[in-house]
Every structure is written in C-alpha cells, then in structure tokens.
Design a protein around this ligand. Structure first.
Ligand code: MGD
Ligand code: MGD
Ligand code: SF4
Ligand code: MO
Length: 913
C-alpha cells in the first residue's frame, strides 16, 4: 500500500516545519520556522486542505504564545506541612502517582480512581490514557472535557446513524446553496471555515446563509437571515421544520422508505405544523420563520452546521437529532453540498472520539456495553481486564470526587475549575480529593492550585503526534522547538506511570508505534458482522517512523478501497445500525430545566470571544490578542441594565443559585431582552472575580451528560465601588487589597483595570498606596503626580532615565483616559516634554490621537482610526477599509466587525443630521 506523504520542511527554509494549529477544530496547517531565542515565524500552510495558507488571528499569533514564561518545567510535589510546591526528580513524581493510584485501587477498587482528560491531547496521548484506564486499571472512569463540548453531537450521531460519524466535509460548505448555522458563532470560533463560506458567497451571491442564535453575533453580519430564537427552543424550531416539510410534501419519500426508520414517530412528536405556535414558542417573527422553512424546503443543497448553542443544552442530543431528522426526511445526506455538520471545538475533539476517550465508549468506535466488542479490545490489548460498564461522566465524576467515592484524579490538558459548570463545586471536590495530579504546560492555573502533583508536559511546537479535525481529517502536529526544562510528552508520562504500576503493554518507544497500534485496532476484525464500523485506519497501519513523519492530511476511513481517504460518508446508504438504516428520533420539545423566576429573572448565556482561547493559559500571553477585548464583560440589553440599576461601563455582579462573578456591563453585543452574555475565558489568574463557570448551573442533558452552559437563571446588580482606575507597568503591581482588578497583557507592560472601595475617596492614602502598588520606594524617583480633588481625579507616572516605568490613573467616575495611546508610550526609550504633559493631562497633546480598542489585531488598527476613516473618507465597504488602513487584509477575522462599524458610523451620522 502507498501512503500519502508530503515534504515536511519547505524549500523556503530548511528549518521550516509543517504542523497543525493547536486551537480550534478547523485544524489549519501551519508552517513554523524557529528563530533561536526569538519568536518563531508562523505562516499558513498553502498545501493544507483545511486552510490553503490562511490563518485566523489566533493562529497568526501562535509565535507570541510559545515563550517559556509561566511554564511548568519540572515535576513538583506539594509539601504537606507548608502547602508549597517543590521540584522533584521525575522518578519520584512518577512514583508518587503510580503508588498513590495503586494503593487506592487496592484498597477501594478500580472505580475509586479516575482520569479527566482533554480534546487538546494528541491522539497518541489519548490512546494510551484510555488503554491504561479501561484495559489495565479496569474502570471506565476516564472522561474528557469533550463531555462539555461535543458529547451531545456524539450521542445524536449514534442515535441517528449507529456510529459517531460526521458525514460531510469542508468543501460541502462551499458547494451548498444554503448554509444554516445553528448555535454557532462561526465568524469568531471557526474563522477559517467562516471565511471559506463568505468567499463562496461573494462568488455566488445566490448562496444563502441563515444564522439561528439568540444573539446577533459577528456571524450574523454575513447572514441573509438571522433568527434570534428564544434560548433553548431549537427543537421546537426544527420539529416545526420537519412538520412543514411533511405537510408541504417536500420530502424524499423513496429515501425515507428505503433507508430510514422511525419517521412516523418523529413526525408525531412534532404535534403537526402550526407556524404561529412555533413562532410563539421560539419568540421569532412568524414571517421570518416561514421564510426559513421555505428556503430550506426549496433548496436541495443544504448544510446545517451546529455547535455549542445546540450541544450545550439539557436538550442537546434532541436538538442534534431534530436537525438530522430534517436532513433524513429530505434525503439530503451523503451527497455533495449537503448534510448535517457538527463543528468540533477543540483541535482533537474528533481524535478523542476515535480512541474512545469518553467514559461511555471503548476504543476505535467500539461499544463498551457490547460483550463481543469488549472481548475484541481486551484480546487485542492482551490486557488483564476490561471495563465492563460506563464510567462517570464529567459532572458526575466531580460529584463522586466531592462525595469521596473517587479518591484520586489525574487531570491532563484541561482546567476544570474554570471550565466545569458550578465551578465552586469543582473546587470543593478537588479540595477534598486525596490525590490530585495535573499534567499541564503552565504552572499557575486555577486547577493546579489544588494539585498535589504537577507533571510538566510538552506543549505545542515541542510535541509530536496526530489530531483529527471536524471533517475527519487526520493531520500531523510536528515539533519544531526543543523540549524545555524537564517537560515530557503526555504519552510518555502516561506510559511511565503505567509501567511503574506494573502494567505491560506500555513499552512504546516513540509516538508512531502508538499510532500504529491505534490504527491496527481500528482495522482489527473490522469486516465482521456486528463489529464492522466506518472508523477504520487499515491503510495507515505499518508505517515506519519516516512514513509517519511525512504523513499528509487524510480523512478517515482509510482502507484498501479508499487508500487516499474518504471525503464523504453515507453516499452508499450504509448506516451503522443493525437494521442498516438511519434512524429518525422522536424529539418532543422540552424547555431548559431551570426556568427564570422573580429572584433570578435573566438567562445567562456563556461563550467565546474572537481572540481568546478557553482559560487563556496560552492566548493570554499575547499582547496582539489582548487588544481586542481586554476585560470580562456582561453584555445585556440597555433596558435590562436600566432595570438592574447599572449603566454601560459600570461593574456589576451576576449571581445564580450556584455562585457569582463580577465584570463590566456593556451593550452592543446584540442581546435581546431577558438574557445576558458573559465570556468564558477570564479566571482567577487574570481577574479578581470573573470566573463565569462559578455561576453556571450543573444541569446536564439526560442522554449525553453535556452541561447546560447556555442557560442559567441569574440576577444582575450593580457592584458598588468608590473609585475606578487603571495602571500600566513594566513590573507586576502589588494588588493586595484592591476590590476589583483584571490583568491585560501589553507589548512591554501589563495593564490592570482597577476599582475599589477603600483608599481614594479624597483621603491622602491613595498617594502612598499608588507608590506602594507600583513598588516605587526610592524617595528620589522621578514620580510625577497630578491631582484634582474637586473632580476626584489622581494620576501618577513613574519615569526612570526618561523612560516610562509605570503609570496609574484613578477617578471617582468610571470615565478614564484612553489606554491605547498610553500603551504606545511604553515602546519609547525616552519620553519627550509633550508626552509628560499628556500623561498628566490624561490625553495626548498636539501629535497623535487615541486609536481606540483594537479591531484588527493583525495590523493593530483601532476602532477610532477606523471610524474616523469611515466618516472622513466616506468608506462604504470592508474592502475599502482594507485598502485604506490595511485592517481586515490579513486573516480577515475582523471583517464582520468592520461591517458593523460601517453601519454604526452611518447611523451616528444620520442621527446628527
Ligand atoms: N476564539 C475562540 N474560538 C474557539 C474557542 C475559543 O475558546 N475561542 N473554542 C473552541 C471550542 S472548544 C468550541 S467547543 C467552539 C465553540 O464554538 P461556538 O459553538 O460557535 O461558540 P460559543 O460562543 O460557545 O456558542 C455559540 C453560540 O451559541 C449561541 N446560543 C446560546 N444559546 C443558544 C440556543 O439555545 N440556541 C441556539 N441556536 N444558539 C444558542 C450563543 O449565543 C453563541 O453565539 O469554539 C472553538 N473555537
Ligand atoms: N460556561 C461555559 N463553560 C464552558 C464552555 C462554555 O461554552 N461555557 N465550553 C466548554 C467547552 S466546549 C470546552 S472545550 C471547555 C474547555 O475548557 P478547558 O479544557 O478547561 O480549557 P483550556 O484552557 O483549553 O485548558 C487546557 C489546559 O491544558 C493545558 N495545556 C495546553 N497544552 C497542553 C499539552 O500539550 N499537554 C497538557 N497536559 N496540557 C496542556 C493548558 O495550559 C490549560 O491549562 O470549556 C467548557 N466550559
Ligand atoms: S481557524 Fe484559527 S484557531 Fe482554528 S485552526 Fe485555523 S488558525 Fe487555528
Ligand atoms: Mo469545546
């Protein structure tokens, strides 16, 4: 058999390595060129079929995130007496983990230990973690953060198709005449796919885009139709569509008869077609709903994309199936340009599903509850045991830890104190757990604060292996940087522990041997009845290290019959249920479990922003990425804010029955009445109290166990402070008794937004306090101050050898000088007279204007610059802005925001004429 190979170093530079972006599930190809101690050069890989050379802003900024600051570089143990962590040799750390796990297993049985892993591990890491737990420890207590992410899609696919299969590919998005984006902020979360769709729409304007999301997101800027449905009512909407299609005879009866089952029951569960009733349930305009139904009915080539607005719901699995039902009834599956398409979030969410990383799966798409499958895997592994029943799903796992039933947990590549719902519960659980082990690349995280053992893992750029993207495409991640400190690859750490526990079967010498075993397991007896499944890497078995290194991106299944991989599945109508048919699933509509009431009258929706990744351990290091949104926020409708007694720019507390957090109120995120949106990224490392997971209810979907992250009843109230301020400093300020703070990474400084209840208030304390905070104890320091007591304003600047070292601005009102201009002063070796005056005035003097918050991170173009260019030069399109200011001309991630600014500037102009 011949393997698809590519030259892995490009001719441009012999040291350039082709690898894959470690962020979202688009799985873009990256070319990385190391530059000694300087940041590596990062560029898109033109030959990679996910991105053809393009990268979004997070991908482009990868070079800024691989520095060693903050890295965990040695194994560490917590000292029982002092609670401090101290470095130990690897062999000691491995011993503590192996002996600790062994002792607890011996005393309390295999279900008293657990692994909690991540869709950001490489397939090979994931494979050995799963093998260790299910085959050797003999428990299925291994779950993954994919439970919080894609598990509803996995469950929905299995119910519909009999196997977890994504039948479509990226090209189908371009071939479609209608792309429906349900609960997906594609523009910010899968930017390169969004750009591919938008490019195609520019070429074929007749192509339609419909967005179904309670918020008006950046994705809506490109949509023909936005349906702002009421949170949690997607099943109502798609049941309505199914009934509409049936009533208007726009179904594919021959396909339904020949290849599906369960249609009548699914239709019965919709309660028939009633446009007005569905529109009322979903709180959308009936005409717009009908427009969508008609568009769907008359367009043959439809791709329906779904992401977390669908998955993260107590009806998540039903939402998935209600969407798939509409594709089955029209026979729109398995053909070019059509099908249901679950966008995966993490870079290796799909790889994790292949190795069986979820507590209710086995390995290689085999089933845990099937004795024949269990026997197959155990024989293949030659393992002493095999888990016989499903393990605990993430939320249940943390409950079992708190209850003391699970006594040891090894967390790898995930930060559950930030990312689980009911985050306070996660803290309580880890606090009570006998043995908490964490493998991470970063030392200080909210989760690591609870660890007894810290194991330093290799990070992106240093590690080798494979990932699988949203369209089933396996790509290589390749190392281009040396291993720092004592960090080791995750697979190696797992194998070291397994061997120390006395288990055979972990003698892998390198990563390609693991891949080979994984590929062989996928092919093992895969042609037999009741065992055959689509996931099959037969064509990738037997690769030596050189072949594996040169492996080109390829979509599974890879078999003799499909040696170059498989673009699309189900063209042959081979569904994976025993009856060979695709199954309609009856999805009676249900509303979210916790409803709003008088105490908690608003719905909390949580999600992502464009330039940050999850808990910010990597993207938080980049000044370029911090410029877009520097602080956690509570987006809400102005009237709701008014009712809660807060105004835009003020701080507020969001509380639920589970916990609370504090952030700044803003409007303009397209919120409808009754709901608020808070981003998921901020945590205790970067802010005083901005961890939204603490507020989120721990309700889960009954089928998938996926949490309801998008719907928690909350109240919002003003967070009273007596002063506001910010500091920019080259060194880290001392923030001991500041009520509110949040850290933002700058190019050569850190910025802190501050607010407080003590100090200021017209007393003299603030002067000493400001000096102490900025650690200026030299009485002769060049320390410039300005104070206006009647206005309640204080400013101070610390200058050393004419270079700005730090500055602080305090005010009794939230309005403070613009930060972007001040930031630019940190790039200067010497301040001139105008700079000094400007610093004390709080605004630039003469030259230079404030460019405003960053919109285009690639070229550092601010909001004010863009708005004045639109006004003064009459710019009408994003392309005109690009040709004038470059903004939007590189990765294109900000183009939806440019469009929005054009509209806003025009509205502002109209309102003043
Ligand atoms: N910039 C950035 N990109 C990322 C990530 C990141 O951290 N940052 N993370 C990656 C990961 S792991 C994931 S899983 C993906 C997630 O990608 P997305 O799912 O696109 O992102 P989210 O912001 O979580 O949520 C999507 C949308 O669901 C909407 N929504 C809320 N409730 C409902 C509802 O009831 N119905 C519908 N139809 N919509 C609803 C929200 O308003 C939100 O706009 O992003 C990936 N890409
Ligand atoms: N409220 C709310 N909560 C959510 C969501 C939501 O929409 N709303 N979304 C959920 C979703 S979809 C997801 S995917 C999760 C994500 O949540 P998490 O997985 O908890 O977030 P990350 O910040 O990606 O955590 C990855 C951790 O692994 C470390 N790391 C990075 N590279 C490596 C490596 O190579 N090896 C090891 N061992 N460690 C590494 C990082 O430093 C970091 O600490 O959040 C979930 N939580
Ligand atoms: S779209 Fe952006 S974050 Fe996602 S893989 Fe591509 S470059 Fe990375
Ligand atoms: Mo995710």
């Amino acid at each position: 058999m011949s393997f698809p190979v590519i030259p892995i170093s490009s001719p441009a530079s012999s040291s350039t390595v082709k690898t894959t972006c470690p962020y979202c599930g688009v799985g873009c190809g990256v070319k990385a060129t190391p530059r000694g101690h300087a940041q590596p050069d990062i560029a898109g890989d033109e030959t990679h079929p996910s991105n053809f050379g393009r990268l979004c802003v997070k991908g482009s900024a990868l070079g800024e995130t691989v520095g060693l600051d903050g890295r965990l570089l040695q194994p560490k143990l917590r000292d029982k007496e002092s609670g401090a962590m101290h470095a130990v040799p690897w062999s000691d750390a491995i011993g503590v983990v192996a002996n600790g796990f062994k002792r607890i297993i011996d005393e309390h049985g295999p279900d008293a230990v657990a692994l909690y892993v991540s869709g950001q591990l490489l397939t090979e890491d994931y494979y050995v973690a799963n093998k260790l737990m299910k085959g050797y420890v003999g428990s299925a207590n291994i779950d993954t953060n994919s439970r919080l992410c894609m598990s509803s899609s996995v469950a929905g696919h299995k119910r519909a198709f009999g196997e977890d299969i994504v039948p479509v590919n990226y090209e189908d998005l371009e071939l479609a005449d209608l792309v429906v984006l349900v609960g997906s902020n594609t523009a910010w979360c899968h930017p390169i796919l969004f750009q591919r769709i938008v490019k195609m729409k520019e070429k074929r304007p007749e192509m339609k885009i419909v967005v179904i999301d309670p918020r008006y997101t950046a994705t809506c800027e490109m949509a023909d139709l936005h349906l702002p449905l009421k949170s949690g009512t997607d099943v109502h909407l798609f049941n309505g569509l199914l009934a509409f299609l049936a009533e208007h005879d726009t179904t594919d009866a021959a396909f339904v008869d020949a290849h599906t089952s369960g249609f009548d029951a699914a239709l019965a569960a919709t309660d028939g077609f009633d446009l007005a009733q569905t529109a009322r349930a979903c709180k959308i305009d009936a005409h717009e709903l009908l427009e969508f139904y008609r568009l769907f009915a008359r367009t043959e080539r439809v791709v329906t994309v779904y992401s977390q607005g669908v998955n993260q719901s107590s009806a998540g699995t039903d939402k998935v199936n209600s969407i798939i039902n509409c594709h089955l009834v029209t026979g729109r599956i398995g053909k070019p340009g059509m099908g249901p398409f679950s966008f995966t979030g993490q870079p290796n969410a799909m790889g994790g599903r292949e190795v069986g990383g979820l507590a209710n799966m086995l390995a290689a798409h085999l089933e845990l509850d099937n004795a024949e499958h269990r026997e197959l895997v155990q024989t293949f592994w030659e393992s002493p045991s095999i888990a016989t029943r499903p393990g605990l799903k993430a939320v249940d796992l943390f409950n079992a830890i708190e209850a003391g039933r699970v006594k040891a947990v090894w967390i790898m590549g995930t930060n559950p104190v930030v990312s689980l719902p009911d985050g306070e519960q996660a803290k309580r659980a880890l606090d009570r757990c006998e043995l908490v082990v964490s493998s991470d690349i970063i030392e200080r995280t909210d989760t690591n604060a609870f660890a007894h053992v810290l194991l330093p893992a290799l990070g992106w750029g240093e590690k080798d292996g494979t990932v699988t993207n949203s369209e089933r495409r396996i790509s290589r991640q390749r190392a281009f940087l040396p291993a720092p400190g004592e960090a080791r690859a995750d697979w190696r750490i797992i194998c070291d522990v397994a061997r120390r526990m006395g288990y055979a079967g972990f003698d892998f010498r390198n990563v390609h041997e693991i891949f080979d075993e994984h590929a062989r397991l996928s092919a093992h007896r895969n042609d037999e009845d009741r065992i055959a499944r689509a996931f099959n890497l037969d064509g990738l078995t037997g690769m030596d290290s050189a072949r594996y290194d040169a492996l080109a991106p390829i979509q599974w299944p890879v078999t003799d019959a499909a040696a170059n991989g498989t673009e699309r599945l189900f063209g042959d109508h081979r569904y994976r249920h025993a009856d060979g048919r695709a199954h309609f699933i009856a999805t009676p509509p249900r509303l979210p479990v916790n409803a709003i009431d008088d105490d908690y009258p608003l719905v909390l929706n949580t999600g992502r922003v464009r330039d940050q990744w999850h808990t910010m351990t990597r993207t938080g290091k980049s000044a370029k990425l911090a410029g877009h949104i520097g602080e956690a926020f509570i987006d809400m409708h102005p009237q709701d804010a008014l009712a809660c007694g807060v105004r835009e720019g003020e701080l507020a507390r969001v509380s639920s029955r589970w916990g609370s957090m504090v952030a700044r109120v803003q409007h303009g995120g397209g919120m409808s009445r009754g709901s608020v949106f808070v981003p998921i990224h901020w945590n205790d490392q970067v802010a005083s109290d901005a961890r939204v997971g603490a507020v989120v209810n721990p309700v889960v979907d009954p089928v998938s166990g996926e949490p309801e992250f998008k719907h928690t009843p909350v109240a919002v109230e003003k967070f009273h402070v007596s002063w506001h301020g910010f500091a920019l400093s080259r060194a880290t300020p001392l923030l001991d008794d500041v009520t509110y703070w949040t850290r933002i990474q700058g190019a050569q400084f850190v910025r802190y937004e501050l607010a407080g209840r003590k100090h200021f208030e017209g007393s003299d304390d603030h002067r000493a306090w400001a000096r102490a905070m900025l650690d200026v104890d030299d009485p002769h320091a060049d320390w410039l101050e300005y104070e206006d007591r009647s206005a309640g304003v204080y400013r101070a600047v610390h200058v050393v050898n004419d270079r700005i070292e730090a500055c602080v601005f305090l005010s009794e009102r939230p309005e403070l000088p613009a930060r972007t201009w001040l930031s630019t002063l940190f790039a200067k070796d010497e301040l001139d007279e105008e700079d000094r005056i400007g610093l004390l005035l709080g605004q630039p003097v003469g030259k230079g204007v404030d460019t405003g918050p960053t919109v285009c991170s690639c070229f550092g173009v601010g909001r004010n610059t863009i708005c004045s260019a639109i006004r003064e030069q009459g710019l009408k399109t994003a392309a005109e802005i690009t040709s004038c200011l470059k903004a939007g001309g590189n990765c294109g991630s900000c183009v939806p925001e440019l469009k929005k600014l054009i509209v806003e500037t025009e509205m502002a102009r109209l309102s003043t004429v």
